[in-house]
Design a protein around this ligand. Structure first.
Ligand SMILES: Nc1ncnc2c1ncn2[C@@H]1O[C@H](COP(=O)(O)OP(=O)(O)OP(=O)(O)O)[C@@H](O)[C@H]1O
Ligand SMILES: [Mg+2]
Length: 371
């Protein structure tokens, strides 16, 4: 409910002369005055507008001040509006108590002393204005939070889209490299075999050269295979995640000399391709980090499928990631891991201590199995 910037005061008195006097008195308070000459009219006013304070004559014919105050309190819109009763000096103590019971915050005894009335009103007007500022700030903050939330969601969707585009593109390039280059190299090898068969036996130098060309072609074929597999690990499609992780670990050990101990589930993991690819990419990034940063001699790797999550553990015995790097790193590796995991729901726990190495635990939520 928007709160108007300028405070309004509702003045209720059945005696029009009193209303006139009050109007004169409050003219220079910088507020909007709304006048009502009966309880019924006052109730209509509080249904329509918000007031900083209500000045309410206690004695009125028909619905009297006390009843009016009770009804004002019942309305959600005016439940917290302060009410000041205007009473004659003749009012007895019990009826004053009655006034407090129905929600009065103060009393002013007639005849009015202008300074007293004005200073009391000023307190409530100030409260009202501060409240209006606070309400506005809360609304603005809520809006900002909603916008932030929305833009985070958009970013997440964008990240997901980007990742799937990247994977598709990698698959396409991998296929192209494999088919085009692979076939060309195989063709080259066959032609060379043909040429070699026709070389005169006494041309030792030429035969030797041919041998080294063969070796070069073979190692190029290996490279092509390695590049294509790195782009789109076909093992992942062919033999599943667990075997792909085993294969990647063996390859890593061969290339870096860092010993890999791997614990994999016996049964094959049946999951959607997105989760399998994400887990494999995360694993590749973690191994790359070990090779690049850890200075380790050993990595423990474990993969298991729990009831509701796929859990991957990679623990090295290197220098240990520093606390700052875990949460505030500007580089993209760990950030990418967190983003990938958050797409599916799940968590990433990274701890490091000098001498004990780095321990990364990634769990990716899996869709619930149908009962
Ligand atoms: N296994 C590890 N052992 C020790 N430090 C690590 C390990 N893994 C990561 N770190 C530290 O955490 C930092 C952040 O890693 P992150 O993978 O995000 O970035 P990066 O590897 O430096 O760059 P890139 O964006 O290419 O991955 C690294 O720079 C490194 O200092
Ligand atoms: Mg990295």
């Amino acid at each position: 409910m928007p709160t108007p910037a300028k405070a309004s005061i509702l003045v209720v008195d059945d005696d029009r002369r009193n209303l006139k006097v009050l109007q004169e008195l409050l003219r220079d308070t910088g507020t909007d005055l709304v006048l009502a000459d009966s309880g019924e009219q006052a109730l209509r006013c509080v249904l329509k507008s918000d007031f900083a304070v209500i000045l309410l004559d206690a004695r009125m014919p028909g619905v009297d001040g006390f009843e009016t105050a009770r009804l004002i309190r019942e309305r959600p819109r005016s439940r917290h509006t302060p009410i000041i009763f205007l009473t004659g000096a003749y009012e007895d103590l019990p009826s004053m108590f009655r006034g407090y019971e129905v929600g009065a915050v103060d009393y002013i005894i007639k005849p009015l002393v202008p300074e007293v009335l004005k200073s009391k009103i000023a307190v409530f007007v100030e409260l009202y204005e501060k409240n209006a500022v606070l309400t506005r700030e809360i609304a603005e903050r809520r809006l900002a939070e909603e916008q932030l939330h929305e833009s985070k969601e958009n970013l997440r969707a964008l990240a997901a889209r980007l990742q799937s585009v990247v994977e598709e593109e990698r698959t396409r390039i991998a296929r192209e490299i494999h088919d085009e280059l692979g076939q060309a190299l195989t063709g080259l090898k066959m032609d060379l075999t043909w040429v070699t068969g026709r070389l005169p036996k006494d041309q030792k130098a030429l035969v030797g050269k041919m041998k080294s060309i063969f070796q070069l072609i073979d190692s190029t074929i290996q490279s092509v295979r390695r590049i294509a597999t790195g782009l789109r690990p076909e093992v992942l499609d062919e033999v599943g995640l667990a075997a792909a992780i085993g294969w990647q670990a063996r390859d890593f050990q061969k290339r870096t000399g860092i010993r890999c101990k791997v614990a994999l589930p016996a049964d094959s993991i049946v999951l959607d391709r997105e989760r399998l690819t994400a887990t494999f990419r995360i694993f590749q990034e973690l191994l790359t980090n070990v090779a690049r940063h850890a200075n380790a001699t050993k990595v423990d790797i474990a993969l298991r499928l729990d009831e509701d999550a796929l859990v991957l553990k990679v623990q090295d015995n290197g220098k240990g990631i520093e606390g700052m790097e875990v949460n505030h790193s500007k580089s993209l590796g760990l950030l990418g891991i967190r983003e990938r995991v958050s797409l599916f729901g799940g968590k990433v726990e990274i701890t490091g201590s000098p001498g004990k190495g780095t321990h990364v635990l990634v769990s990716i939520s899996t869709p619930r199995k149908l009962e």
